[in-house]
Design a protein around this ligand. Structure first.
Ligand code: ATP
Ligand code: MG
Length: 85
């Protein structure tokens, strides 16, 4: 049985344009940190996954990590990240 693919992302052109601009700046050596926040289920993870997908398509190496409330001091250390395949 094959896994159904995600439905296409909708209504996030403005956000994706902003993220593409930040990525262009990063390619020039001007890195940045983006804080993405919003209500539960509003689409934060979906947006980040779309950014990762588009970035990988453009040849970027994408690292993905997550922090938990009880271990924020260590979760974003080097071992907190893994490569998205
Ligand atoms: N722009 C979008 N277009 C299509 N589907 C979307 C979009 N944004 C979110 N979804 C879908 O809505 C559901 C909830 O989105 P998501 O998991 O990204 O929310 P979230 O903000 O990360 O939630 P949480 O705060 O619980 O982590 C998912 O099934 C996701 O695929
Ligand atoms: Mg989420």
């Amino acid at each position: 049985m094959t896994r159904p693919s995600s439905p296409p992302i909708v209504g996030r052109d403005r956000e994706l344009d902003l993220l593409a601009d930040l990525r262009t700046s990063a390619a020039r050596g001007e890195g940045s940190v983006l804080l993405l926040s919003g209500d539960g289920g509003v689409g934060k993870t979906r947006l980040v996954r779309e950014l990762a997908r588009l970035s990988k398509e453009s040849g970027w190496q994408v690292m993905y990590g997550r922090a938990y409330a009880l271990e924020t001091a260590i979760a974003l250390g080097r071992r907190g990240f893994r490569r998205i395949e």
